[in-house]
Design a protein around this ligand. Sequence first.
Ligand SMILES: Cc1cc2nc3c(=O)[nH]c(=O)nc-3n(C[C@H](O)[C@H](O)[C@H](O)COP(=O)(O)O)c2cc1C
Length: 214
Amino acid sequence: MRALLKTTLCTALVAAFVGCVNVNESTTVKVERSAEQAVIETIMTRRSVRDYKEEAVDREQMAKVIECGIYAPSAINMQPWAVRVVDDKAFLDGVTEIAVKQNPELAEQEGFRNFFRNAPTVAFIACPVESYSGEYDCGLLSENMMLSAWSMGIGSCCLGSVVPVMNSEEAKPYMERLQLPEDYKLLVAIAFGYPAGENPIAPERDATKAYYVE
Ligand SMILES: Cc1cc2nc3c(=O)[nH]c(=O)nc-3n(C[C@H](O)[C@H](O)[C@H](O)COP(=O)(O)O)c2cc1C
């Protein structure tokens, strides 16, 4: 009986992770993946996407991404973050205008549409100015958001370059619209959107930076 239960459970688990992989535009193959493989595949294939379709990310999908974000661990479960998602084109274009005024070279980039790597949906991540582990915890939240997004076919890119522009005097009205709690600072913005091109190749990693100490 126990063996039967085990077999049934295993079958159900495998069935839950049967997914589709796009080999190319016209061919889709069904592959069976274990839960472990699915997580590893998501981590290893996630890349910073800098080329998006114009349509905003579906808000139901984005709700799941946010939920995955706030299920990240945080020191003594303080959840020291504030997440504000914007898919208002006028908002993103307004900040873009300010960024381009400050650095006109931005607009010379090929295919430039906005300052958020052309993303139609942007999450602004903030943490308390004074916090034991706010920045670390927000990093975990951010990665949860990016990985869960990628598992749903949504590309993302962390954008540290957005912070100084948002903190500038000209962008004050936009910062105010984010309604961040008092004594919070903007840490990073994350671009989200459906990828418009090929998945980028992974920049090289330095494997010597992590090793066992015997
Ligand atoms: C905190 C942080 C800030 C980043 N800021 C930017 C940025 O302003 N613009 C950008 O294009 N990419 C930015 N990136 C993306 C990195 O360039 C990218 O993660 C790195 O090159 C590795 O590539 P991969 O994400 O495709 O693996 C940022 C990443 C992090 C974690």
